[in-house]
Unconditional design. Structure first.
Length: 389
């Protein structure tokens, strides 16, 4: 309690506040010493002067004569009103005011407001608890240094709004991923960039193109509107296993260079050359092995057999029957089961099919028949007609 003797100094010892932030020190002391009251002005005394006490006699002398410089030096000032205004400025800011009206806290007392703020920033529990929106506004950089994990867990959305157009992801102060925003949003990776999903990965481009680049140069383009894949330069597909192309409709190979090649272990084996004359060049033997029939269908009515570009035979349509040509000369014409040989039919000189009778010297079919016919006597019928002229 304050002294009843107006000339007796208050002698209860208490903290002397020695910084300009007297308000914060007073609140801290009030929280720790709730049983200390300011009824005898000892807190105000410590806040505005460098002495240990303030007497009512001194106050009366101030009223009568003004303050002496050795009694109330306050940062070079000697006016008690100035000191109180300075304390008021610490509490309310420049211009004064009413704390209960100025505070936005539910509590309208200084201690209550500080306790309310302390409950939000609960350092012991490691929590920031708010009942409404929580905004962090800074005029400079804002750095959060976390010793452990940093988790953002919200029931709504998370929005990153960067007016500088860049969002950086770093590892040990090294930028690993940069997301540059604007008309063209770009993700730049410092090192490899891997998409690993336990489910599907979907690329949805409403403009109809998915473009892959190498050092800013287009090399691979998916045209989604026409389900077309375009490449700039050479495209090589390498697999450690099989590559399967499975289409519910047609598979079309369209080569602007007119060649479709099939390699084995890097060596060309088949080269399809496309054009007015389509040619398949095969390195080594070419075997067509079918479990059923093999059909050769030529709309022009002939199939040509060549060796190194030189024709040695043709199969020609003969009004539904077959004509076989040797080179470009007709050799055999078929009519149903009958065959007409356009040249000489020569029998082998020895072995199977050869004439073993030494009395016949001819080695052709017609020559052998002529020799036999010459040895057969004339035969006449009863009417006297020669049967073997």
């Amino acid at each position: 309690m304050a002294s009843t003797n107006p000339t007796e100094a208050v002698k209860i010892p208490h903290i002397i506040y020695e910084t300009q932030d007297t308000f914060q020190q007073m609140i801290f002391h009030l929280n720790d010493n709730a049983d200390v009251y300011d009824s005898d002005l000892r807190y105000l005394d410590s806040a505005i002067g460098d002495r240990n006490m303030l007497t009512t006699e001194a106050l009366s002398r101030v009223e009568r004569y003004g303050c002496t410089t050795d009694m109330l030096p306050i940062h070079g000032k000697t006016d008690l009103v100035v000191a109180i205004n300075e304390l008021d400025s610490d509490l309310h800011g420049a211009g004064g005011g009413n704390f209960a009206q100025l505070t936005h806290t539910e509590a309208k007392t200084v201690v209550g407001a500080i306790n309310e703020i302390e409950a939000v920033f609960d350092a012991n529990a490691g929590q920031i608890i708010t009942d409404s929106a929580f905004d962090i506004i800074t005029n400079g950089d804002w750095t959060s240094a976390v010793a452990g994990d940093f988790i953002l867990d919200v029931t709504g959305d998370i929005t990153l709004d960067a007016d500088g157009n860049n969002i950086y992801f770093r590892d040990g102060s090294v930028t690993r991923l940069t997301h540059t925003m604007g008309p063209s949003n770009t993700v730049t990776s410092n090192g490899n960039y891997i998409l690993d999903a336990t489910g599907n990965i979907t690329l949805d481009a409403d403009a109809g193109q998915i473009v892959m680049k190498d050092d800013e140069v287009d090399v691979f383009r998916f045209l989604l509107t026409s389900t077309t894949i375009e490449t700039v330069g050479h495209l090589k597909v390498t697999s450690n296993d099989k590559i399967t192309i499975d289409a519910e409709d047609d598979i079309i190979l369209d080569a602007g260079g007119n060649n479709i090649k099939f390699d084995a272990s890097g060596q060309e084996r088949i080269n399809w050359t496309l054009g007015a004359t389509n040619t398949a060049y095969v390195t080594g033997a070419f075997v067509v092995n079918a479990s059923s029939g093999i059909t050769l269908d030529n709309g022009d009515g002939f199939l040509t057999l060549q060796e190194d570009g030189t024709t040695y035979g043709r199969l020609v349509d003969l009004n539904g029957d077959l004509r076989i040509q040797s080179g470009t000369t007709t050799a055999i014409d078929f009519s149903g089961a009958d065959a007409e040989f356009k040249g000489v039919v020569t029998l082998p000189s020895t072995g199977v099919g050869s004439i073993t009778n030494g009395n016949i010297s001819a080695d052709t079919v017609h020559g052998a028949i002529d020799e036999l016919n010459a040895r057969v006597p004339n035969v006449y019928n009863r009417a006297g007609t020669l049967l073997n002229p």
